[in-house]
Design a protein around this ligand. Sequence first.
Ligand SMILES: NC(=O)c1ccc[n+]([C@@H]2O[C@H](COP(=O)([O-])OP(=O)(O)OC[C@H]3O[C@@H](n4cnc5c(N)ncnc54)[C@H](OP(=O)(O)O)[C@@H]3O)[C@@H](O)[C@H]2O)c1
Length: 379
Amino acid sequence: MASQTTAVPLRAGILGATGAVGQRFITLLADHPGFKVQRLGASARSAGRPYGEAVIWRMTTPLPEALAAQTVVECRPEDFDDCDVIFSGLDASVAGDIELAFLAADHCIISNAKNHRMASDVPLVVPTVNAEHLHAIPAQRLRRGLRRGFLVTISNCASVGVCVAMKALEAQHATLGRINRVNVVTMQAISGAGYPGMSAMDMLDNVVPYIGGEEDKLETEPVKILGALSEPLLLTDLVVSATCNRVPVIDGHMASMSVGFARDSTASQLDAAAATKVAVDAFTNYQTLASTDALSCASAPRPPLHVLSSADRPQPRLDRDRGNGYAVSIGRVRPCPLLDVKFTVLAHNTILGAAGSGVLNAEIAQAMGYLTRREACKH
Ligand SMILES: NC(=O)c1ccc[n+]([C@@H]2O[C@H](COP(=O)([O-])OP(=O)(O)OC[C@H]3O[C@@H](n4cnc5c(N)ncnc54)[C@H](OP(=O)(O)O)[C@@H]3O)[C@@H](O)[C@H]2O)c1
């Protein structure tokens, strides 16, 4: 496997570059050793203008000067011919067709949008959970007649922390049994709705107990992410019940989870306290392919999961930036009187929950040999 830190960085195009996720892509790629931003795409409203004028820059780090002067283009594949990888932060109302047009032009696309996540030949990858699903790319190429291109999707921002926790517990399934029931209640940050999102009058001094479409995504995406690598990608028997709330936090999605394990013949009949101890060990010892030296990915968090012992952690403001926003934090692990174990999990929604997963998935795809320079594959 090759390291993603090539002497000549791969050239990245960003679709939806003016949005919340697009801006996060720019900050994460600003000093990246393996990728450089080549092209910025957005809607016709922004195209033709210098990026610095078209964007309302909301990041806490300065906009790189060279990109501020770059002209925004419309999201047409032919305008991105000199890009090796395309990161999409497009609005879901337009992402479906635009991403398929880029795929037809043999681009390598890593998308944050929901449109193609559940397609049976499209890997849905949380890079610190199921990086091995990227090995579905050859079958996708065969099925869709692609030479070098692929379409990989990133999960919904609320699913990432939930899936990291479940994957860590699954690593102990011989002791705990397979996870078959999950109840999850989220407290999701305002930035998850993009900019400008909900108004201050709606959010200050308030909690909104509804996020359109979110509970459905949280109940279906983990079933694919935790499923097996096969052709087509397999789903698990997992049943997830989700309740999603918007809370007045800028970044960082928190979730309270209760998890139940199947009691089959191979799993021991642990009491709640013993199961809780195994769960804490599972979280503490969690390792992922992306975080091992085998792939040497520049952005991979080491460790990918932080177990916090203070009774009042994790908290979004204090813990969302662990591992540069690529790590998940877990605390309050304890027995659950209804299911088996319950705990609280936190993930940065625009880093691991969005653009960061895109960048790390690209690093992994390159290390696995699936992402190459565009010229290298021309006849
Ligand atoms: N925010 C999060 O935490 C998060 C997490 C995971 C996934 N996502 C997903 O990521 C995607 C982007 O989310 P966001 O929060 O960044 O949204 P956003 O702030 O509303 O940005 C949307 C982007 O799409 C562009 N766009 C809209 N219509 C277009 C068109 N017809 N042609 C080309 N570009 C167009 C916009 O360009 P203009 O500025 O020119 O209009 C803008 O750059 C969505 O699919 C969202 O569901 C978001």
